[in-house]
Design a protein around this ligand. Structure first.
Ligand code: GAL
Length: 443
């Protein structure tokens, strides 16, 4: 299976993606206040091995080195996120000049190296001061988020043209406000309902603000997706319910379609938290949708899982190949989701803003032979070629991730990077074979 750069067309966007909390470290210096993730990960028992992102990969001090790696692998685009509490330590109000300056330095370094910066405004780390007031469960979040977005889009808008409003609202609302497994660790349907709705409002409002402030902006927002399939024919309805939850909850409101309540009955109760006019307010004409794909999910019905009445049949029980986080390696699902997103008439273009996988990497003599990851990329990029050949509007691909980093509640164990980070040895970086593979592909 040979893959050539030319198979993707001349203007195809090639980049890598990462997020502030997972990489920056420097959690309490230069005027930054704690984020919801600082608070959560510093509590005992929340993260595997009680790890936290206090230092992460120290991107805050090593961004030049990392950007040089990116450039050396022949990528041209760099996606990263802004840490809200670094810029606005109180969430709103007073600006922290050192924090603002840090992102100027990252952006300027990108531009100097000929890399195009792609900024995610929110990748899950909001100021703890705002979480203390309810965070995403408080409708005031729309005002707080608007103030933050106003500031960053004006501040960086002359240099940055590519913007993503939210990263995977599904993940942070379900994991953070329903299941309590990620920051801020809240649980229950009441929290979830509010968080979902307020995230939908911010997603669209953020888009309108960036549109107003940035000339020639290319504006998107990114969505978690998983290819959902029924375990047996008896499970079809359960799979549809799960699909509405996983794949439709944030994209359809943004397209003006409201919540997918016909497939997932409990969404009728979203009305409890909606105000007149909200359907319209959740809508925004995005220039692109960021599709993020990692694995397939096989579903069977379950009487014990309230609201969705469905549960996963894990890959291990089906004898399927899975990664370090038990995500099934399933390239066909990637194709199916590109097709599905391309089929929404009002989606103008799709950009793969994250795709990648974690395997057990071993550093030996400064090298990491990660053939499984190379195979993962080959099989998934083949699906991108297939989609493009069928005329789908897929315009770019960002690898998750440039370097290994802090994988949320799983800590540092899962490694997703093209560049290995030696956590035991001064955070030294080593390019993996998959990084060299990309370097050759993209030259
Ligand atoms: C995504 C998330 C990233 C990263 C990745 C790998 O859901 O946006 O931050 O953690 O998964 O699991």
């Amino acid at each position: 299976m040979t893959i050539n750069k030319t198979d993707f067309g001349q203007n195809f966007i090639w980049g890598t993606a990462q997020a502030s909390y997972q990489t920056e470290g420097a959690w309490n210096i230069d005027g930054k206040s704690p984020s919801s993730w600082d608070t959560f990960s510093q509590k005992k028992g929340k993260i595997e091995r009680n790890e936290n992102g206090n230092t992460a990969t120290d991107f805050y001090h090593r961004y030049e080195e990392d950007l040089n790696f990116l450039k050396s692998m022949n990528f041209k685009h760099f996606r990263f996120s802004l840490s809200w509490p670094r810029i606005l330590p109180n969430g709103t109000g007073e600006i922290n000049p050192k924090g603002v300056q840090f992102y100027h330095k990252v952006i300027d370094k990108c531009l100097e190296l000929g890399l195009t910066p792609w900024v995610t405004i929110y990748h899950w780390d909001h100021p703890q001061t705002l979480e203390n007031k309810g965070g995403w469960t408080n409708r005031k979040m729309v005002d707080w988020f608007s103030e933050y977005t106003e500031f960053v889009s004006k501040e960086y808008g002359s240099k940055v043209k590519n913007w993503m409003i939210l990263n995977e609202p599904l993940t942070f609302t379900i994991m953070g406000y329903m299941l309590g497994e990620m920051a801020p660790g809240k649980k229950g349907i009441n929290n979830f309902r509010k968080a979902v709705h307020h995230a939908n409002l911010c997603q669209a409002k953020g888009g309108r603000i960036v549109r107003k402030n940035v000339t020639n902006a290319n504006i998107g927002t990114t969505q978690f997706t998983s290819y959902i399939e029924a375990h047996t024919t008896k499970d079809t309805k359960a799979a549809e319910r799960m699909d509405a939850l996983i794949n439709r909850l944030f994209i359809e409101p943004s397209l003006g379609m409201g919540y997918p309540e016909s497939k997932l009955f409990f969404l009728k109760s979203m009305k409890k938290v909606m105000l007149p006019g909200d359907i319209e307010k959740m809508k925004f004409d995005f220039d692109f949708i960021g599709l993020q794909y990692y694995f397939r999910t096989v579903i069977k019905k379950s009487a014990f899982m309230p609201y969705v009445w469905a549960k996963e049949v894990p890959p291990i029980k089906r004898g399927a190949i899975a990664n370090q986080m038990n995500g099934e390696v399933y390239p066909e699902g990637f194709y199916q989701l590109m097709k599905r997103f391309s089929d929404y008439p009002s989606i103008k273009k799709v950009i793969i803003t994250e795709n990648g996988s974690c395997f057990t990497d071993i550093l030996k003599d400064g090298k990491v032979t990660d053939n499984e990851r190379i195979e993962y990329f080959k099989s998934h990029l083949n699906q991108v070629i297939r989609a493009k050949n069928e005329g789908m509007k897929v315009d770019g691909y960002f690898v998750w991730s440039l370097t290994d980093n802090f994988e949320w509640d799983k800590g540092f164990r899962p490694r997703f990077g093209l560049v290995y980070v030696d956590y035991k040895n001064n955070l030294n970086r080593h390019i993996k074979d998959s990084g060299i593979w990309f370097k050759n592909l993209l030259k």
